[in-house]
Design a protein around this ligand. Structure first.
Ligand SMILES: C[S@@+](CC[C@H](N)C(=O)[O-])C[C@H]1O[C@@H](n2cnc3c(N)ncnc32)[C@H](O)[C@@H]1O
Length: 217
């Protein structure tokens, strides 16, 4: 146990780090406003920045995102990918997917983007892969099932990036409402699995709502 375990997990530190985040381009700013106005749960800017960095250093060519929402993270990842890259992304809600298609069109990415409409647990078994970068950001009780389905589709060295692994503090402190009991238990089990599975090298960082970065193989 560190003697100053709370040394960086303080409000003032988080606010300072927020204050030095690079400004987003006008399209991403517009999407952040749209998400705020319409209650869409897009990635936090600091999570997006980490994702940007991971995509840039790993140069993936086959990306899978589970949970598209309005396409914010597709654009964040897509801006770091070249024309040889393909991003496949899954969203269950047709209206939300229409918004994502429209924003992604506006982004004029050079990478190819393939939108899959449907429940992730039904769509993933139909995908052939292989994938070298996976972003898991969907139904919290299903994270373990996504992992089961995705592992056979990964290339050696593939990165798995997961959002919401600290679940607003509830993994450490317990669920705050009846509604969060199942998701909290599922994410706690998922974290345990990610950090102990011998096929994965994982770190979980207190960025945003908690992110996991794993290397496969
Ligand atoms: C947290 S949001 C994704 C945010 C996005 N990755 C970003 O950062 O911009 C999760 C999305 O998953 C979608 N979703 C919920 N259940 C789903 C399911 N079973 N299969 C696929 N998508 C689902 C929701 O409609 C929502 O848009």
């Amino acid at each position: 146990m560190k003697s100053r375990i709370d040394a960086i997990l303080q409000k003032s530190q988080a606010e300072y780090l927020d204050s030095i985040l690079p400004p987003r381009d006008p399209l991403l700013q517009k999407m952040e406003r749209y998400a705020e106005e319409h209650g869409h749960p897009i990635a936090d800017p600091e999570v997006a920045q980490l994702m940007r960095l991971l995509v840039r250093v790993s140069s993936p060519t086959r990306v899978l995102e589970i949970g598209t929402n309005i396409g914010y993270s597709v654009i964040v990842m897509g801006r770091e990918c070249g024309p040889d890259a393909r991003i496949e992304t899954i969203e269950i809600d047709p209206g939300t997917l229409d918004s994502a298609r429209s924003f992604v069109r506006e982004a004029e990415l050079s990478a190819q983007v393939v939108f899959h409409e449907g429940a992730a647990l039904e769509v993933i078994p139909r995908l052939s892969g292989p994938f070298d970068f996976v972003f898991i950001d969907c139904v919290k009780t299903e994270y373990g099932d996504y992992l089961d389905l995705v592992l056979p589709l990964l290339t050696p060295g593939a990165l798995i990036f997961c959002d919401n692994l600290l679940w607003k503090g509830q993994i450490a402190d317990g669920p705050r409402s009846e509604r969060d009991v199942a998701s909290t238990a599922a994410l706690a089990a998922f974290n345990q699995r990610m950090t102990t599975d011998p096929r994965l090298l994982t770190t979980i960082l207190p960025v945003g709502d908690g992110v996991g970065i794993s290397v496969f193989g």
